[in-house]
Design a protein around this ligand. Sequence first.
Ligand code: TXD
Length: 319
Amino acid sequence: MKKKITLIGAGQIGGTLAHLIALKELADVVLFDVAAGIAKGKALDIAQSSPVNGFNVNLIGTDNYEDTKNSDVVIITAGVPRKPGMTRDDLLGINLKIIKQVAEGIKKTSPNAFVICITNPLDVIVMALQKYSGLPKNKVVGMAGILDSSRFIYFLSEELKVPVQKIKSLVLGGHGDSMVAMLEFTEVLGKKIKDLVKEGKITSERLSQIVERTKKGGAEIVKYLEKGSAYYAPAASGVEMAESYLKNLKKQLPCAAYLDGEYGIKGIYAGVPVIIGSEGVEKVVELDLSNDEKSQFENSINAVKDLFDAAKKIDSSLS
Ligand code: TXD
């Protein structure tokens, strides 16, 4: 039985998600957008490429939630992206309103779906989405850590001239300037990055610059694009999560997940390693963090908490 993925938001990321899902024949695709024409046009355009790439999936575009019902996966990019000079947090007000509308829509039509939220400011928006929708916490997750980790790995690969497949790392915490590149868990060709620093292969200053560039990875692209933000790498990251769920791959992936005591934190979403399988977020993996990583992680969590407090001031129903 072909699976069904609904993409709420058919913009830059939504359209790229649809194309990647079609090329991988992961599921039939419903592109949903309040701008129905964008959804319909992109669905038709991707469908017209199927003879070239030889994939068989159904694609439709719509602005009617009825067409999205009983989806296996819902990926949400509905919202506004940043403009140059804006922070991810600047999007809070408008995207909270949008996510409330989306939560209403999916609660009615796909209550059993695995819901992947991409809309920024990610950690707070995914938390609001879960509260507004009332869907199970293990079935509502945010995409950010895979993207941030991928940017960090790419920058290290460029610097050290090592293929990306030979580099392991992960970036945890909030999807903002306080995100934490876990250097104790960063390996290049099987060697810990701190040993490469000791061997002089990379200086600690250069490594810090690469960590900083990762934190600002989104803003760097926004500066180039001027209108809109990154979408190829975010879409690739979202598909990684959907695939692990639909194929029960039980991959360990850094995602914004609900913490219920793990890492000593309760009651908020933040970027942590999780196992994604057919039950959704099946486990939060608790890494043994160094003292430095612990304090950076706590600092990042506090930034998420502060922003969620701001969200509660905007909409007291989130309290
Ligand atoms: O790592 C991450 N999580 C981030 C997320 C990486 C990059 C971009 N990030 C955020 O994703 C970005 O800041 C935005 O909040 C979202 C979507 O970014 P995208 O670049 O795809 O934005 P677009 O191209 O503006 O597309 C958004 C679409 C657009 O077509 C609107 O018409 C639609 O969302 N939209 C809606 N769809 C459904 N329902 C409602 N209410 C709605 N409102 C707008």
